[in-house]
Design a protein around this ligand. Structure first.
Ligand code: F6P
Length: 554
């Protein structure tokens, strides 16, 4: 699909949004008081997720213009083009079909003469059979031991999704199998990941879409040496076969590494790395939680896809949330977006979203190569509540910056505990949720100087203890953190990211911005080793840092 993007700033909707923003005077207290139906109108259900947008800085006028903007730039058309398999990843000339990874068996989507849904389920069946073999102990290592630790070796999308989901779904883990995740090329990561492991019962999954990533291949070689040294009595080929499997789109390179093609799980170039948790890249997760739960994870994603495709714009949650982000980032000047899970097990979710959103939308040119006309790609960040409350919330409540925040909480805890206070049983999850509710309320409605004074606060402290309010937040709740709910959350943010990318006219599926640093790093390896020509080729600052390194390296 090579149609030029519509410049959003040239649309009538944008002009009206600009005018609204220029005189915008948010008043959540007033809006709530004047409109008893606000919460109902701005609360939505998407699969198991309850999404409350009412505490955002929007009026009906703003929402109407945002929806007009979506229509003018053709969000729905591009969504449909994506789902049909058109090459909307323009700079890499690829289809974008992560949604096909969660379509039910029996569906049909033809791409270049093949039904990709059949292809997906063929690989899934192999992943599930492998996961079952490891879980039941049928799969044994070279010395006949069952597998007790699975180490996923991968980076970026080949790490962040699996580790985030593994952590999030802790209550569903196989009781006798631990997964570890090795990503960084800092040798400390390999040393710490392998520490204490028994090679005879350890299985490595080398996960790399390209099978050409320096970090992953280096770590894979380190792990192979570690294994072969420990299992020196075993036949080396057999040891690698029993202890290494791979996930990649480049199955020829997998074979070159010495991994048996029978132990390799493929996927396709139409799955972006940061959109690949639901492909075979999720094999470690499938081992940890089992095929049935993994299938529930996929079903959760599919439920959100269905909502995104079939729900009218005014109730379409990913569309509305993506447009809200545009409103904040482009019209109201927000630079960052906080994601604050009130669910400890989602502690890696903000890091996962950083790659999803920032690698997708951190672009300065559009898909036709022209410069973008607006700010793009907010900075996503966050920490689980309540830890964040005691660290950076001060700035969100009383700082000078606008920081839209998504709060995510579960009605039921992953682990329930009660405390005894003055002889009374207290549900600790309720203490936790009280904080979730309190924060969004404080952000939205603040505390006026009069209210502070009425509490008897000394005059000199009144200003410092006043809360301005009108700090926007979205509240997302679900019954509990199940595989399906996690899948729903992931798909929700995928589609929010997509919507923003279309409005900005950018290719959300390439990542050229990571290439230059990779190339320069390769060139710097000889310089670190002392190659005088390589050192001389560097800039003055880099030469100075190299000199410091050589002086201090023992
Ligand atoms: O460097 C960025 C990137 O290409 C990501 O997009 C990707 O998720 C990661 O590297 C890992 O790539 P691969 O799975 O090919 O090893």
């Amino acid at each position: 699909m090579s149609r030029r993007p519509v410049d959003p700033t040239t649309t009538p909707a944008w002009s009206r949004l600009r005018a609204l923003a220029d005189t915008f005077s948010p008043d959540l207290r007033g809006w709530f008081a004047a409109d008893p139906s606000r919460v109902e109108r701005l609360t939505f259900d998407i699969a198991d997720l309850r999404v409350d947008l009412s505490k955002n800085l929007i009026t009906d006028d703003v929402t109407e213009q945002l929806l007009g903007l979506a229509g003018a730039v053709g969000v729905a058309e591009r969504r449909d083009a994506m789902l049909r398999g058109e090459h909307i990843n323009v700079t890499e000339d690829r289809a974008v079909l992560h949604t096909a990874l969660r379509r039910p068996a029996g569906d049909e989507l033809q791409l270049e003469g093949s039904n990709v849904v059949d292809d997906v389920h063929e690989v899934l069946a192999r992943v599930y059979a492998f996961a079952d073999d490891v879980r039941t102990g049928t799969w044994t290592g070279a010395t006949g031991e069952r597998i007790r630790t699975v180490v996923n070796i991968g980076i970026g999308g080949s790490d962040l999704g699996p580790v985030m989901a593994y952590e999030a779904l802790a209550p569903f883990h196989h009781p006798e199998i631990e997964c570890r995740f090795l990503s960084n090329i800092d040798p400390t990561d390999a040393a710490q990941t392998l520490a204490g492991l028994d090679p005879a019962s350890t299985l490595f999954i080398v996960s790399s879409k390209t099978f050409g990533t320096l970090e992953t291949l280096t770590n894979a070689r380190l792990c192979r040496s570690w294994l072969l040294e420990a299992l020196s009595d075993a036949d080396a080929d057999d040891a690698v076969r029993r202890h290494f499997v791979a996930v990649s789109t480049a199955l020829d390179k997998v074979a070159d590494f010495g991994i048996d093609p029978a132990n390799a799980f493929g996927f396709w170039d139409w799955v972006g790395g940061r959109y690949s948790i639901d492909s075979a890249i999720g094999t470690s997760l499938a081992v940890a939680i089992g095929p049935e739960r993994f299938a529930e994870f996929l079903d959760g994603m599919h439920a959100v896809d269905t909502h995104f495709v079939h729900t009218p714009p005014e109730r379409n949650v990913p569309l509305l949330m993506g447009l809200l982000n545009v409103w904040y980032a482009d019209l109201l000047g927000a630079q960052t977006h906080a994601v604050l899970p009130y669910a400890q097990l989602l502690h890696r979710f903000p890091a996962y979203l950083q790659q999803l959103t920032m690698e997708s939308n951190g672009k300065q040119v559009r898909w036709d190569g022209a410069a973008v006309t607006t700010e793009t790609g907010e900075i996503f960040w966050g920490e689980p509540g309540t830890n964040g409350q005691h660290a950076f919330y001060q700035l969100i409540h009383q700082g000078t910056r606008l920081i839209p925040a998504d709060f995510i909480a579960m009605a039921n805890p992953s682990f329930a505990l009660t405390d005894k206070v003055d002889g009374r049983e207290v549900d600790v999850h309720e203490l936790f949720l009280a904080n979730f509710l309190a924060q969004t309320r404080a952000l939205a409605f603040g505390k006026t100087a009069d209210e502070v004074r009425a509490e008897g606060v000394a005059d000199h402290q009144v200003a410092a203890r006043t809360f301005p309010g009108n700090r926007p937040s979205t509240s997302i709740m679900a019954p509990e953190l199940t595989p399906s709910v996690l899948g729903q959350l992931v798909a929700l943010y995928e589609h929010i990211t997509f919507v923003q990318g279309v409005v900005w006219g950018i290719d959300s599926f390439d990542q050229w911005g990571v290439e230059l640093g990779k190339k320069l790093a390769q060139e710097l390896v000889p310089a670190l080793g002392g190659d005088e020509d390589a050192i001389a080729a560097q800039d003055a600052s880099t030469r100075s840092l190299l000199a410091y390194y050589r002086e201090h390296r023992r």
